[in-house]
Design a protein around this ligand. Sequence first.
Ligand SMILES: [Zn+2]
Ligand SMILES: [Zn+2]
Length: 514
Amino acid sequence: MAKLIKDSKDAFQVLELIFKDQDKDGLWEYINDNFGIAIPRKAICEDHNAPFDFVADVFFQKVQNAIALANRTGGKTTDFAILDVLNSYYWPECETATAGAIEEQAKKCYGYFQNWINNIPIFNERVLDLLMRETKFTNGSMVQILTGTMSGVNSPHPQKAFLDEIELMMWNIIQEAFSMPQSKGEILGQLILTSTRKFAFGPMERLLDEAEERGFDVYRWCVMETIEKHDPEICRKSVFAEDCQGRCLECNGYLKLEDVIAAKMRLDKDTWDSQWMCKRPSQKALVYPQFNEAFHVKKTKVDTGAELILAEDFGFAEGHADVVGFFQVKPSGRVSMVDEIWIEGKTDSDIITLVEDKIIELGFIPDRYKDKKRTDADLRRLLNLAVNIWYCPIEEPSKIELRRRAGFNVTAMADADARKVINGLPLVRKALQDRIITFDPKCKKTVKEIKIYANKVRADGTILDEPAKKNDNGPDMVRYFFINHFPAKQAGHFQETKSDEVKPITSGIADVTF
Ligand SMILES: [Zn+2]
Ligand SMILES: [Zn+2]
């Protein structure tokens, strides 16, 4: 195609034609000829896309909101820089804001962008002003490449908002970007996010999880889509063989086999699987890695003849829901969480009413009482009787008092050691590991949080042995259930150190690891 392009006018008309025909092959050639970059155009894994599918769909405006999950060195930053150039070249008065999570990322993107618009004549002759903060083109288009935040862009509503490596961005910055892009004439407002995925509790996993309801198209690729066609003999004898599975000659990327092998040898399996194969987020830093939906989430039949136990984590404000869990314990010691209430901004009397409604909904009240008014003494007696015990945190005695006044048997663990988060976790871990606890699918929010409840991670990647105060509403409630219902000593899960010294009831728990 390059041979057909005689001058810059031709070059523009060719791109115009490509766009009008949505000619994918033409676009690939155009990028290859002008930028010298052969973006991999073949999907190798069954459920993955070719990186070029993503670039083409974004340029052709086939997607409005999109997320690309890619491997390390998967070409995301280059793709954005190419789109920055092409969009500004093609559209008049198109504003693009590209943000990298960290400065290095933004600089790398700008480096590519600057190099191309300086050195490729068809683009260069359209540049008015070249600065990282703001590059202006003769057609009125503008590109801003920033670090970390979108709040610094001059145009608060660019047509193209690109966020690179969102795994490293704060959730509020990502959210800020949601309302940014605005269409203008034929130029579609687009919000495009890319990242590797590191942690199960990270922003990338959260967005992938919410992609459908937020209206995002998802693209995925991994090292298989980005590695070069390579020698099957060398591959077969290497650590990469189990990943490649003989697809060596199908590959058409750019990563060198020896570099990929070297990367794999440097990394642990968990990191390799999450950041290079894009299989699943890292399980590192999870507080409950023992949790597995396949056997911990199970439909449960409520036994209305048996005891019903409640555990509550108080809450009110947004993001700090009040959570009530409904539990049943079999004589064998098996625990089922049968239902949950998650509610924000409600008073104690509202919550008590919701609990009472749930008791009725679960079938604990005989039919003939159901229609009576809540104040009816018989109904109240039955509601109170249905709940064997209601566990609450001790820190808010007035809330406990209100539940008691409504006639419920409320109790709270008083032992300060047992109440420490670090001392409660082993009880829950043990129960998960021994598979003595299951959650009914109705306990959706509790399950969602237990899955991603994570320890604090320092900026340098060090994982602390202390849960972050995030996604902890459900997990706290479950922990209250365990510290109250199966206090460490009574449950006999832990061996006491043999000593004549008087030890607190929970001694030794903190030393137990699973
Ligand atoms: Zn793949
Ligand atoms: Zn291979």
